[in-house]
Design a protein around this ligand. Structure first.
Ligand code: DAH
Length: 370
């Protein structure tokens, strides 16, 4: 009996318990109801009376040893299973791959900053369609038909696409062929808006004064792409209509904006100009920030750069949009977001905004909005 116990002890100690399926084999072989330990306990009755107690204790110790070994290996194997590599060839000592966060696009940053600056003085944000009709882009803004002023803006007109087969040949393609947010039915006089001034008209048609809104958005012109021009760019239009609004109010708003955006030291000048929808009209110039006013290629050696146009809303435009010009007056402006971004961040080529060069975009990582 003693010999049997020693042999079994050696066997239990040596038993290889490295795989989960061996646990069950171990249990059946040793501690189970029909296992070897149970056998030895059965044989206890054959042990002479005076030794039985000592042998019984020994057997109990052996059983405990087997149970301990079993539960310890069971825990270890379970823990290992939880951390088990899905792919054993993967090197877990490698440093983790960094999460790559995207960055805000510089035009987006500046647009948002403009919205914040103007919202601090009470302007809300309005939006309008990029696919526009002739009325809102031109006629309502005092561009008479066939007037040369329309040539100031090289327009992309939208040729209606061929009608879907089931509509037959006589009917116009519907807006399904060219989805727009306003569900326009595209007609030959539709175009890609050349400026955000279309939203002015839509606002005045749909709201009563006081109106105090800015209208950021994308605009299109049929221009060759170069460092200074693009066929797609962004503007922020502004409109303020109320009683007794004057040019002095307009100047004050522009001064405030420019100083908030570029700092207190910046110089601003209003240059008389012409727009069909404003009278009087002006262009807004500020100190060239690329050369600090000394003269460079960007400012054509003048030290000044234009950031937008502005003026008092022409009474005719108010009238056409349903606002009484006897009672109300208003000012408006339109500024280029690209131009302002280029000045703010010393960017010399407009094409960088649309090329998605990561080396360019990464530089705006972590830019804090003002
Ligand atoms: N729409 C003009 C342009 O794109 C900019 C502009 C000038 C907008 C004067 C205005 C304004 O609202 O009053 O060139």
């Amino acid at each position: 009996m003693q010999e049997n116990i020693m042999r079994l002890r050696a066997e239990i100690e040596a038993y290889d318990l490295t795989a989960p399926e061996q646990l069950e084999q171990f249990r059946i072989a040793f501690t189970g109801r029909k296992g070897q330990l149970a056998d030895l306990f059965d044989q206890l009755k054959t042990v002479p009376q005076e030794q039985r107690r000592a042998v019984g204790q020994e057997l109990n110790q052996l059983k405990q040893l087997a149970l301990d070994k079993f539960s310890q290996r069971q825990q270890e194997l379970e823990a290992a299973a939880q951390n088990a590599p899905a792919d054993a060839t993967f090197d877990y000592t490698l440093p983790p791959a960094l999460n790559t966060l995207g960055t805000r696009h510089p035009l987006n940053l500046v647009r948002e900053e403009m919205v914040r600056i103007f919202s601090r003085i009470g302007f809300n944000v309005a939006e309008g369609p990029e696919v526009e009709d002739d009325w809102h882009n031109f006629t309502a803004l005092n561009f008479p038909e066939n007037h040369p002023a329309r040539d100031m803006q090289d327009t992309f007109f939208i040729a209606p696409s061929a009608p879907p087969a089931h509509l037959g040949s006589g009917e116009m393609a519907s807006d399904k062929a060219l989805a727009t947010p306003h569900h326009l039915t595209i007609s030959p006089s539709h175009l890609l808006r050349t400026h955000t001034s279309n939203v002015q008209v839509r606002l005045m048609e749909s709201q009563k004064p006081p109106i105090r809104s800015i209208m950021p958005g994308r605009v299109y012109r049929n221009e060759a792409i170069s460092a200074r021009a693009h066929m797609m760019f962004h503007q922020v239009e502004g409109l303020f209509v109320d009683e007794n609004v004057s040019f002095a109010d307009l100047k004050q708003t522009v001064y405030y904006f420019v100083q908030e955006m570029f700092g207190q030291d910046i110089q601003i000048r209003f240059r008389p100009s012409f727009f069909p929808f404003t009278e009087p009209s002006a262009e807004i110039d500020i100190t060239c920030l690329i050369c600090k006013g000394k003269g460079c290629n960007i400012c054509k050696q003048s030290g000044w750069v234009e950031i937008g146009g502005c003026g008092m809303v022409d009474p005719n435009v108010l009238q056409q949009s349903g606002i009484d010009p006897e009672q109300y007056s208003g000012y408006a402006w339109g500024m280029g977001i690209e131009r302002i971004t280029m000045l703010k961040y010393q960017i010399k080529d407009l094409r960088l905004f649309t090329e998605n060069d990561m080396r360019f975009l990464r530089q705006f990582e972590g830019v804090q909005l003002g």
